[in-house]
Design a protein around this ligand. Structure first.
Ligand code: HEM
Ligand SMILES: *[C@@H]1O[C@H](CO)[C@@H](O)[C@H](O)[C@H]1NC(C)=O
Length: 375
């Protein structure tokens, strides 16, 4: 089935070749020379961290990574995975990190598959990070990412609604209704209810298929500004799979694998905390099963047009089943809208980060685009 292939590409269940770890770097010689002339003090963004050498299950709720409650000023956001990693010190506890930090942390703490980790980190960074300082907030906007580039760039952190963050989240309300970044108890109650009804008390792909569809229907019926297009279409299905793949203790096998108990779910979603003694998954994983979740009730990308119950399909930005259109749209429209005329280090780093994203995404039959040239 074609969708299976696409979700494999997008969330890269394939074994990652070590040789792909530094694919872009060969071409950066010219950039380096230019940088030395232009702004000698600004280091090149480092190449993506390589996959770890050991990728089996292991205790990650360990002595070196104690959970700690939030301190004043610590930033958290809509992603239970990144929130948990920050609260255990796999990421800086203040919630501000480089894309490389994030890739290392999600690989180490959650055994997130390398290509998927890179797609998530570089897309988030290109949309809402500071490309000069190489820092990104896992929540809202902060001066800790350094001086902002010129508007219309936002550099507002991954919480910013409509770029990476989107509607119909499982445990967060739509931005139209209020704070879309924080845990929402009634939505978690619904998560539990669906897990009881369709998973015998556990969250699995079957529950994911029903809950993902239901959250989309809820938003169509209540949020006049509901949108699930392009990247959000892809992440909404991917994240519903992450829950069954990444939040389940890596020692579980057979019928217990990909079945998440509700205490563990609450620990991640609300408390940003590994269940006590948690082992990460036993092999690298990400969106495996997104195809099953989609197939339960396939919903095309689209949005309400200003009124509730007015959902119109809109595939112009791609989505789960069309990663090439997502890529083309992202590179030729979304990013240039934020950065119409970048110069110097900013332009150089846009080129480099867009290269990292393309290498990680590698959409099939989809040539790389260079909106800012190649060096
Ligand atoms: C660099 C890596 C990652 C980035 C940049 C990232 C970013 C995000 C963002 C922006 C959202 C909000 C989307 C929305 O619901 O509107 C999100 C949601 C989510 N993320 Fe992550 N994430 C990353 C890794 C992970 C990992 C390792 C996990 C582990 C399971 C994870 C699990 C989730 C889940 C389950 C949601 C959906 C929450 C919900 O629907 O209530 N993410 N992530
Ligand atoms: C999820 O759990 C339910 C209840 O045990 C079961 O009927 C269903 O087959 C499971 N789904 C998957 C994909 O394993």
């Amino acid at each position: 089935m074609a969708l299976k292939n696409l979700s494999i590409v997008l969330f890269a269940l394939v074994a990652v070749s070590q040789t792909n770890a530094f694919p872009q770097y060969g071409s950066l010689g010219g950039l380096k020379a230019r940088q030395e002339v232009d702004e000698p003090s600004s280091p090149l963004p480092p190449p993506p961290p390589a996959p770890p050498s050991f990728t089996g299950a292991k205790l990650v709720d360990d002595e070196d990574h104690p959970w700690m409650p939030l301190q004043s000023g610590d930033i958290r956001g809509p992603c239970p995975g990144l929130n948990t990693l920050a609260s255990h010190g796999y990421l800086p506890r203040n919630g501000v990190a480089s894309p490389s930090d994030m890739i290392k942390a999600v690989q180490e703490g959650f055994n997130m598959e390398t290509q998927a980790a890179r797609v998530a980190a570089y897309s988030a960074h290109l949309l809402e990070g500071n490309l000069v300082t190489d820092l990104l907030s896992i929540g809202g906007k902060t001066s800790l990412t350094g001086p902002d580039p010129p508007a219309p760039a936002t550099v507002a952190g991954i919480s910013n609604h409509g770029s990476f963050e989107g509607d119909a989240s499982m445990t967060r309300i739509d931005a139209f209704f209020g704070d879309h970044t924080v845990f929402n108890q009634p939505l978690f109650d619904q998560f539990v209810d669906f897990s009881n009804r369709f998973g015998n008390g556990f969250y699995n792909y079957t529950v994911g298929g029903e809950l993902r569809f239901h959250r989309i229907q809820q938003s169509i019926e209540t949020n006049p500004q509901f949108s699930i297009r392009g990247f959000r279409h892809l992440t909404a299905y991917g994240e519903a799979a992450f829950v069954a793949n990444i939040f389940v203790d890596g020692r579980k096998t057979g019928a217990d694998a990909h079945h998440l108990d509700m205490d563990s779910a609450l620990s991640f979603f609300r408390d940003m905390r590994f269940p006590q003694g948690f082992f990460r998954p036993s092999s690298p994983t990400a969106g495996e099963g997104a195809d099953i979740i989609f197939a339960a009730h396939p919903t095309q990308p689209g949005s309400n047009n200003g009124a509730v119950n007015s959902f119109v399909v809109d595939t112009s930005m791609g989505g789960l089943t069309d990663p090439c259109t997502f890529y083309v749209q992202f590179v030729s429209t979304t990013i240039p809208a934020l950065y119409p005329n970048p110069t110097g280090v900013l332009r150089r780093n846009l080129i480099i980060n867009l290269g990292f994203l393309y290498d990680a995404l590698s959409p099939p039959n989809c040539p790389q685009l260079f909106p800012y040239g190649q060096n």
